[in-house]
Design a protein around this ligand. Structure first.
Ligand code: HEM
Length: 149
């Protein structure tokens, strides 16, 4: 990931679509102080680590893009397990670069044509269903920047 999209990273930290990485344990394995028996299912909850005050500080629940101002490595104190919205390792997301580029293109296309503000009707309620979703949708008010757009 590049180091110049603070808002994008902070959005992925607090509201990334992935709630956890499902894994199956094929054979008994020792993981730190834990002994994991074979044939169990695990959910490695990146969302919990992204909301952990021990890793992110007491303001963990605030949207503060400037945490990433010096890049991901410094903001996580070089702990790769503190921030992994696209997973980690060989099965990490193959669509990461595509999703990042697409987000930038779509946002820049919208912002060239509209300003948008959050509607007073919006109720903040992120909800893990399959992925993380706004429970009641996101109502925004679009104002065109140019008359003939
Ligand atoms: C912001 C958008 C996205 C996020 C946060 C995201 C996140 C993730 C995560 C957490 C995983 C699981 C990694 C693991 O289990 O270790 C994953 C896997 C995957 N993602 Fe994404 N993803 C995004 C967009 C996309 C897009 C746009 C595509 C395709 C165009 C895509 C294709 C895949 C595929 C094929 C896998 C399975 C990789 C494998 O099992 O080897 N993702 N993604």
């Amino acid at each position: 990931m590049q180091t110049d999209h603070y808002d994008y990273y902070e959005t992925l930290r607090l509201y990334g679509p992935s709630n956890g990485l499902p894994r199956g344990v094929a054979r008994e394995v020792q993981l730190g102080i834990l002994v994991l028996p074979s044939n169990i299912d695990l959910l490695v909850q990146n969302i919990a680590l992204h909301h952990d005050p021990y890793l992110w500080g007491d303001d963990v629940h605030l949207f503060k893009p400037e945490r990433f101002a010096k890049g991901i490595a410094k903001s996580t104190n070089y702990n790769a397990a503190a921030f992994f919205p696209f997973g980690l390792g060989p099965r990490s997301c193959v669509g990461m670069s595509f999703a990042t580029t697409e987000t930038k293109i779509v946002l820049s296309m919208i912002l060239q044509r509209y300003t948008f503000t959050l509607s007073p009707a919006y109720v903040h309620s992120p909800m893990p269903i399959v992925d993380l979703q706004p429970q009641h949708g996101i109502q925004v008010i679009l104002e065109p920047l140019h008359n003939n757009d």
